[in-house]
Design a protein around this ligand. Structure first.
Ligand SMILES: [Fe+2]
Length: 136
């Protein structure tokens, strides 16, 4: 269960992205806790909207830098971003449409696992490339 997890977050070597990663994981934990606490659907909806907005902004920021630097693994990385974006937008759309059962502890657990895995693998992989171009 996510509330009992305390994974050490991997640094990807770029301070702004590390900070965004911390923030996204905080938002996911907040939604998870909100579900456990039984907060209102309005509060959960605003948390979910915030998570979608900040996730998409974060992905755009990474992708912009990939384009600027010619990062060679950008295509597979973008495909992972698209995968997660599709998942969270689908849940957001259904939640907004009244399907409140779509937002579950299991989904938040899944998002947390997806993101920490992505950070530790795909994101970690760009660190050395960007650091070599004086981006850190
Ligand atoms: Fe990424």
């Amino acid at each position: 269960m996510l509330s009992a997890r305390n994974d050490a977050l991997v640094s990807v070597g770029v301070a702004a992205f590390d900070a965004q990663h911390v923030r996204l994981l905080e938002l996911i934990r907040g939604l998870h806790q909100g579900l456990l606490d039984g907060v209102s659907s309005e509060v959960l909806k605003s948390g979910l909207d915030q998570l979608v907005t900040e996730t998409m902004q974060h992905f755009r920021d990474e992708e912009w830098l990939f384009g600027k630097t010619g990062y060679p693994a950008a295509a597979t990385h973008l495909a992972e971003h698209e995968d997660l974006t599709r998942q969270i937008i689908a849940v957001q759309a259904k939640y907004s449409g009244g399907a409140h059962g779509m937002l579950t502890l299991e989904f938040m657990d899944h998002l947390y696992s997806w993101l920490t895995h992505h950070i530790a693998t795909s994101d970690f992989a760009y660190g050395a490339f960007l650091n070599a171009r004086d981006i850190r």
